[in-house]
Design a protein around this ligand. Structure first.
Ligand code: GDP
Length: 440
């Protein structure tokens, strides 16, 4: 996400950071570089100019020139201004009404249906809600199928009426069913088109008028940059939506849509999609995003993602096992599955301050765990629970079975042993204290 922009901003700052004393001319030059970086990121010209004019004025007003660490001060200023540009504060969903009705709008291919599934999953698992999905696309039977598959995957029911050609009626039937079955959120996935189309707008306006939604979320593909912003503007003029969902941010190295939408459309970004999986959805926090863009990481989100994936009861069980030195390959395998669910590796690393920049040219393979998984899967249940019994002949068999080689199996066994040793030490306060004492 945002790699190109981060990189260019970093370079713009380098000039300033390298200077012993800073002059007004240096600041002006840096602002010019920053403006260029924003334009390259597909931020519209007016927004980019207003932004840099503002930062420059504040920088001079805040005595950046005489400060001891002008680079740091300017970074802080930039971070505040970027946060403001993206909406300032986090915009929460309005979920008080029961049922809360959420209408999902957007063009085909934007990621509407995927987001509908992700949102239901988020509300169910993070907000303790009982959602019902409504498939309200009467033109593409495949869209109904897709929503039903997602619903099944996340364990959320989907209302569809394949015989009806009336989107207003289908939406109302869905809401009636939700009331009957005690659902407190109804998410309506509406029909899109390939491009902005009058008939589509009229249809969705009718649905809006009939169901009176509490939230209308406009879904748009962030990779389309300024097009995304323009489409958002047209939809907003007609629908007056309550929030934007930016999808495919995992593939967006520029970030123009994220930076311009608020200032052009004046509606907040509420969610971002960061992958195809149902878990790849984040609430949008402008401050955290600014921090990531400036290469300062986002530890808060990283910890939150970990908390979402790790169940407290499971964690306690695991600790017990570690203390008793009973951590085995079953546990190891399930830990890998949980880490994988946290999202794409490069994205996760980018949340650690400083690491994103360091890793920018390194290919991080999301299949990094494949070989390890194959090796563990080739073990028998007995071997998984009793790693110490895995001798040479067993290792040979496992290597063959997993399509890896003996060296790779040996390496994993060694890593596993080392990990167990460290875990054992960390779970023993006395050993931990003695280890700390030995540290330089
Ligand atoms: P719709 O036509 O608007 O309903 O779009 P879909 O939900 O069918 O999504 C279109 C394609 O984009 C699918 O292949 C999705 O898997 C993919 N997609 C959706 N959201 C994301 C995202 O956040 N990241 C990535 N990488 N792909 C996504």
């Amino acid at each position: 996400m945002f790699e190109n922009l981060s990189d260019k901003l970093d370079r713009a700052f380098k000039v300033l950071k390298g200077q012993g004393t800073i002059t007004e001319i240096n600041v002006a030059e840096t602002m010019k570089e920053i403006r260029k970086a924003l334009l390259d990121a597909d931020v519209n010209y007016k927004t980019a100019k207003a932004f840099t004019d503002d930062v420059r004025q504040k920088a001079l007003g805040n005595n950046v020139l005489t400060s001891i660490s002008p680079g740091q001060l300017l970074t802080k200023l930039m971070s505040d201004e970027l946060t403001e540009l993206m909406g300032g504060t986090t915009a929460e969903l309005e979920l008080k009404a029961s049922p809360t009705i959420i209408l999902i709008a957007g063009l085909n291919g934007a990621g509407k249906t995927t987001f509908t599934g992700k949102l239901a999953n988020y509300l169910k698992t993070q907000k303790n809600k009982k959602p019902l999905l409504v498939a309200d696309d009467i033109y593409r039977p495949a869209a109904i199928d897709q929503l039903q598959v997602l619903g099944e995957q996340i364990g959320v029911p989907v209302y569809a009426n394949r015989d009806s050609k009336d989107p207003v009626a289908i939406a109302l039937e869905g809401i009636a069913l939700a009331k009957q079955n005690g659902h407190n959120v109804v998410i309506i996935d509406t029909a899109g088109r390939l491009a902005i189309d009058e008939a589509m707008m009229v249809e969705i306006e009718k649905v809006k008028g009939a169901v009176k939604p509490h939230e209308i979320l406009f879904v748009v593909d962030s990779m389309t940059g300024q097009d995304a912003v323009n489409t958002a503007k047209v939809f907003n003029d007609r629908l007056d939506f309550t929030g934007v969902v930016l999808t495919k941010l995992d593939g967006d190295t520029r970030g123009g849509a994220a930076l311009s939408i608020k200032s052009v459309v004046n509606k907040p970004i509420k969610f971002i999609g960061t992958g195809e999986k149902m878990e790849a959805l984040d609430v949008f926090h402008p401050d955290r995003m600014a921090s990531r863009i400036l290469g300062m990481g986002d530890v808060v989100s990283l910890v939150e993602r970990a908390q979402q994936q790790f169940d407290e009861k499971e964690a306690a069980e695991l600790q017990k096992k570690i203390r008793k030195n009973k951590f085995d390959f079953n546990d190891f395998y399930s830990q890998i599955q949980q880490i994988k669910k946290m999202g794409n590796m490069k994205d996760l690393m980018g949340m650690i301050p400083g690491v994103g920049k360091m890793m920018k040219d390194v290919e991080v393979d999301d299949n990094a765990f494949k070989a390890i998984e194959a090796i563990i899967q080739s073990m028998t249940p007995f071997e998984k629970s009793n790693p110490e019994t895995i001798n040479q002949s067993r290792r040979n068999r496992i290597a063959k079975g997993s399509g890896t080689d003996l060296a790779e199996v040996n390496r994993l066994m060694k890593q596993f042993d080392d990990m167990k040793k460290v875990m054992k030490q960390m779970s023993n306060p006395a050993a931990m204290a003695s280890m700390m004492r030995r540290m330089p």
